[in-house]
Design a protein around this ligand. Sequence first.
Ligand code: FE
Ligand code: FE
Length: 156
Amino acid sequence: MGKKAQEIVGMKVEELVEQLNRAYADEWLAFYQYWVAAQIASGRGSQPVVEELTRIADEELEHAEELAQRIVQLGGKPLPHPKLWLEKTNCGYSEPPDSRDLEKLLRTSIDAERCAASVYQKLATLTHSKDHITYQLVCHILAEELNHEDAFENLI
Ligand code: FE
Ligand code: FE
């Protein structure tokens, strides 16, 4: 990371990288949680749920990629092993419920989105007026997490 780049972050870079890596762990777990649920969900009314899970899983993967890029720009390293995802996660992982229990599936997904939104809300507060680039990124992700919450709510 360049000297100016470090200077303008205006906060402890290691601490910021640690927080971004925790969010990064959440994104991989959310991706897999939705992706595997989409493979499993079946029965009447499952098609729109499967479509949304698949679309939103893709966006979680994009979030992971965006966070990884920012972590690297800050001179850090994205968590190098999947076992660390469960160690570092803020929001945890929920196993998909019974394949036909779409309501439970949607409720656990809504909980995951609300948790993610709180994480980005905190990251926005943490970086506000300190690291404009990370701030912009976490606000962008926050807006998408709120859209995900809304999309899952609309399916119940
Ligand atoms: Fe996400
Ligand atoms: Fe999301």
